[in-house]
Design a protein around this ligand. Sequence first.
Ligand code: ATP
Length: 237
Amino acid sequence: MTEPVLEVENLSVRYGRVEAVRDVSFSVAEGSLVTLVGANGAGKSTIINAVSGIVRPHKGRVRFRGADITRAPAHKLVARGLVQVPEGRQILASLTVAENLAMGGWHRGRGAARTIDEMYQRFGVLAERRDLPAGTLSGGEQQMLAIARALVAEPRLLLLDEPSMGLAPLVVNEVFSVVEQIRATGTTVVLVEQNARRALRAADHGYVLRTGEVVRSGPAAELLADDDVVRAYLGTA
Ligand code: ATP
């Protein structure tokens, strides 16, 4: 069996005296789509921020492509292929679409230009608006821009934090279909979502979080078919 792209072992994160994440372990196989689902405040963002070097874990270990990255800073991890699309998109509203995309490839020099062209082909709306300030785009378009900007970094592992948040249902469909396409091109994906049912439908494997702990995990289809999981964690929607 090949080594997982990402292995998280016994991760704990504290904010002051609050233990936001407790003893969380999971692994992500090459080419797979893994989702972390759970209600608001369950610790999902904290986990991916710890993986991507944005917050420091209190305990535990993170390995990426076989190397210990537990204390590695975020900017070094991007250059190594671990790239996050943060919650709330975090695009730079006053910069143009083109400038936002260029930022995704800062560490790649001229090599990024070809990938940016590919992004314009893939996301027609970004090509049409390339010279407009990113803040003039709709919420869904801004999410596409945030995803495209991350892809310009040529990730080996893409971490997506709540990409469907705050979007209209039709746009949510588009975002999920983009996520599925990314995975279909061979990029390994970790998807954090409150929209658990939807995320599990797209994923190979799922981890259900509650108050900082993994309460269930398994193949996504099995979690979806498990009445206890559905009743306790996924609601009736
Ligand atoms: P959300 O969907 O709201 O992002 P989440 O599952 O991603 O939820 P986290 O944002 O990781 O959850 O938050 C986990 C817990 O840690 C919550 O109780 C939250 O209030 C707390 N928390 C998050 N960030 C901080 C911080 N910077 N300082 C103190 N507490 C924090």
